[in-house]
Every structure is written in C-alpha cells, then in structure tokens.
Ligand binder design. Structure first.
Ligand SMILES: Nc1ncnc2c1ncn2[C@@H]1O[C@H](COP(=O)(O)OP(=O)(O)OP(=O)(O)O)[C@@H](O)[C@H]1O
Length: 251
C-alpha cells in the first residue's frame, strides 16, 4: 500500500447531503452524500459521464443542486472556494503574471504572493508569456495557481493532472497534498488512479451519478478485497467499461 499521512479527523468544512442534480429531465446525481474534510485531499473517481464535474460544480456553489443541501462550515475568508474548471480559459492579451495579479488584486493579495504561486506550480519562467500563447498543460497550471489565490479554505480542482506530462502530474498532486497539509480542503477529480491512490486521503467512487464507495483508499481496497485502487474501481463500476453511459439515454 502507498504511504500517506493520515490527517487528524475534523468536522467537514463542506458537506453535501443527499444531493440530486437534474439537467432538465435528465437525472445526473442521485442521493450523493459527501463530507469534505479540511487537511485532506478528497478525490472523485468514476467513468466518463458519471457526474464528477457536476458534483464539483455543486460543491463549489456554481450549480444549485435540484435536491439536497451543501453546507459550508469553513472559516471566514476573502475567498471561500477556489475552483479550477475542466477547461480553464483566460482573457487573451494579458501575460500570465498580469492575469494572476488581476485575480490577486480582487482579494488584496500582493504581487510577491502571485509570483510564489507561479513558482509553486512550476511556471515562473512563463510569467511574461501571454496566456493565449500557452500550451494546454501550461494553461491548466495557471488555472491551478489561480484557484489558490487568496488561500481559500476549500480548493476544487476538476482534473488538475489532465494533459500534464508525468512529472508535472506527480508535482500537481504533491502540491495538492502540501496544501492539504497546510489546512486547505482539496477536492479533485482524476482518471489517474495510481496518483489518487498515492496521494488522496479520501476517495469517492462515482458510478452513474451515485457514490458506490468512499473512504480512505486503503480501506476501500480492503472492503472490496483487492490490493489496488484500480482493482477496487473495476470491481465497483457496473456496466460495460468500454462504452460511455449517457444518463437519460436507454440502450
Ligand atoms: N449542461 C448540461 N446539460 C445537460 N446535460 C449535461 C450538462 N452537463 C453535463 N451533462 C450530462 O451530465 C452527465 C454527467 O456529466 P459530468 O460532466 O458531470 O461527468 P464527468 O464524470 O465529469 O465526466 P468526464 O469524466 O467525462 O469529465 C453526462 O451525461 C453529461 O452529458
């Protein structure tokens, strides 16, 4: 099993209870309960279309659930929740530095802190490059830096390692773990089950809009009677793993 430090158990800073979400008549989340702890990385895993982005948007307050509640019990902060969308985009014509300085100025953060954030995500050398001249992976790294501006108590990252090379993927998960160790609640989604197993303190497996298992990755594996999170995932997911299940469509 991987080495993970287990943070002290605390009251959840964010708590989704019995959350449902429907897009029109299509039900995408059903009865989702997920407590989010401070000091921990919570990872959502699940097949394409299982509802991870929808749940992250509900947790971030960007989407009102059609049923259930999300309770924010975090401390007072200038910015309550930082969010990295699945496809981050920035206003063209500005450099990376100017872009982050703009977001920093909204929460009274100085330029030095902005540069530190760029360094933390390994992008200091791109500070003066226009945001519209970045690669997909670099744009995601700017998005991760942006999500942490103002040190919000909760940071939600939708597929932060997507499109990153192996070294940067590992680094991004390490940054998430460091932020959690410093007290930030990190909620992320990922298809990289090895990185999730190595770094997440809590994992929730979403299948067809419902959480089918959750807890410490080691405990989830023990419950299923397997040695790896990949095996636990494969045991927990129902249906044909070679076909995307599209909610609202019956085949
Ligand atoms: N704005 C929308 N209107 C209608 N249906 C939507 C909308 N957004 C998402 N859906 C549907 O909701 C379901 C869940 O989508 P969601 O993006 O939450 O899944 P996901 O688990 O994040 O997928 P992936 O791993 O591919 O990113 C899908 O069937 C999708 O087509």
């Amino acid at each position: 099993m991987s080495e993970r430090h287990t943070p002290p158990s605390t009251e959840p800073v964010l708590h989704a209870q019995d959350v449902d979400h429907e897009y029109g008549s299509v039900s995408v989340l059903e009865g989702v309960t997920l407590p989010i702890r401070a000091d921990a990385v919570t990872a959502l895993i699940g097949p394409n279309g299982s509802g991870k982005t929808t749940l992250l948007r509900v947790l971030s307050g960007l989407l009102e659930p059609t049923g259930g509640t999300v309770t924010d019990r975090g401390p007072d902060a200038a910015r309550r929740i930082g969010y990295l969308p699945q496809q981050p985009a920035f206003r063209p014509g500005f450099t990376v530095r100017e872009t982050l300085q703009f977001y920093g100025s909204l929460v009274g953060e100085g330029d030095g802190a902005t540069l530190e954030r760029l360094e933390r995500v390994g992008l200091a050398d791109a500070a003066d490059r226009p945001v519209d001249a970045l690669s997909g992976g670099m744009t995601r790294l700017v998005g991760i830096a942006q999500a942490t501006i103002g040190d919000p108590p909760v940071v939600v990252l939708d597929e932060p390692a997507s499109g990153l090379d192996p070294g940067m993927s590992t680094h991004v998960f390490e940054v998430a773990t460091e932020l959690a160790a410093a007290g930030t609640a990190i909620v992320l989604s990922s298809h990289d089950l090895e990185l999730v197993e190595r770094n997440a303190h809590e994992v929730a497996i979403l299948d067809d809009g419902a959480i089918v298992d959750r807890g410490d990755p080691g405990d989830v594996c023990d419950r299923v009677g397997v040695d790896s999170l990949r095996d636990a995932y494969e045991e927990s997911i129902t249906g044909d793993t070679r076909t995307v299940r599209v909610q609202g469509v019956t085949t």
